[in-house]
Write a protein of this length. Structure first.
Length: 283
C-alpha cells in the first residue's frame, strides 16, 4: 500500500495492484485478455507437467502418484483425443466469451465510494474511540475500500466456488443419467494428467484455471505452491479418480470442508486402513 501522510487527500492514492491504464497490456483489450489468459495458463502449465512426464528424470519418480505405465494401460481414452476435446471446449468458451463479455466494465468513482464508506464509519468511530479520532476516518475508508472489501470478496468467491463445485460434482455422481451422459467422460482418465483436467463433455464445463490443471498433474510436488496452499490438491483429487474413491473427495477446487462436513472425505490413510481390514478378513 502507498503510504499517505496525515491530512493528505487519500482519494488520490491507489494500491500497487490498481492501474489507471485503460488496458493492462498496451494494444490488447482487457476483453480479449480475459479470454486468452485462461487458455494460456492452461496450456503453459499443462506443457510444463507434460515435459516432466516425458523427461525421464529418475528423481521425479518418488513424487509421481502413479507409475508412468498406468497412464497408457488404465486410461480409456488417448492423449490425442483428449487434446482435441479440450481444444474444442476452449473454442466454445472463447466464442461464448466474445458474445457475452462486454468491452467496457462499469465505471467507478473511487473517491465517492471512499467518502461513502467514511460517512458510514464516522458514527462508529465516534462511539468506539471518540470524536478526537475522526482524523483516522479517511485512512480507515482507504483500507476498507482498497484492501478489506477486495480480500473479503476474494475469499467469499473461493467459498462459493467450492460450494457450487462440491454439490454439482456430487450430483454428477449420484444421478446415473448425469454421470453416464456427461461426467463419465472425465473418468475415462483413471490416471489423471495435467492437460486432461478439462477433458469433459463439451456441454459440461467452461472452467479452466491453473488450479484444475495442477489438481490433475499426477505429481505430489513438495515445492508446488498450489499444492502447498491447500489440502485440496493433486493427491486429494487423484483419490477421487480411483475405484475406491469414486464416491469420495467431490470438493474442488480450494477447500475440503464440504467433504469433511458431509462425510465424503477420503485420505491415503483411510485407503490404507480399508486395505488392512480387507486383508485381515481374508486371513
Amino acid at each position: 500500500m502507498y503510504s499517505t501522510p496525515h491530512g493528505a487527500n487519500h482519494t488520490q492514492y491507489v494500491p500497487f495492484y490498481y492501474s489507471h491504464e485503460h488496458s493492462l497490456i498496451s494494444g490488447f483489450s482487457d476483453h480479449l485478455l480475459a479470454l486468452a489468459a485462461p487458455i494460456f495458463a492452461y496450456w503453459s502449465l499443462s506443457l510444463f507437467f507434460h515435459y516432466l512426464d516425458i523427461s525421464g528424470w529418475k528423481w521425479l519418480e518418488r513424487y509421481r502418484i502413479h507409475e508412468s505405465a498406468e497412464v497408457q494401460s488404465r486410461n480409456l481414452v488417448s492423449r490425442t483425443h483428449v487434446v482435441w476435446a479440450v481444444l474444442f471446449q476452449q473454442l466454445l468458451q472463447t466464442l461464448l466469451g466474445l458474445v457475452v463479455l462486454s468491452e467496457d466494465g462499469p465505471a467507478f468513482d473511487h473517491a465517492v465510494e471512499m467518502q461513502r464508506i467514511g460517512l458510514m464509519a464516522q458514527p462508529f468511530v465516534a462511539m468506539l474511540l471518540g470524536t478526537q479520532w475522526s482524523y483516522m476516518i479517511p485512512s480507515l475508508a482507504y483500507v476498507v475500500y482498497w484492501w478489506a472489501i477486495p480480500t473479503f470478496q476474494f475469499f467469499a468467491a473461493m467459498f462459493f466456488i467450492d460450494t457450487w463445485q462440491y454439490f454439482l460434482h456430487r450430483l454428477m455422481h449420484i444421478n446415473k443419467f448425469l454421470y453416464k451422459q456427461f461426467h463419465s467422460w472425465h473418468h475415462r482418465l483413471y490416471v489423471p494428467y495435467a492437460f486432461g483436467s478439462l477433458y469433459n463433455h463439451p456441454l459440461k464445463d467452461f472452467f479452466s484455471t491453473f488450479k484444475t490443471v495442477d489438481d490433475h498433474c499426477g505429481y505430489r510436488l513438495p515445492f508446488d505452491p498450489l499444492q502447498l496452499m491447500t489440502g485440496n490438491n493433486a493427491d486429494y483429487h487423484d483419490i477421487h479418480h480411483q475405484v475406491i474413491g469414486i464416491k469420495s473427495n467431490f470438493a474442488q477446487p480450494f477447500f475440503v470442508h464440504w467433504d469433511t462436513l458431509l462425510g465424503t472425505r477420503m485420505t491415503r490413510r483411510d485407503i490404507e486402513l480399508r486395505r488392512q481390514k480387507s486383508d485381515a478378513k481374508r486371513q
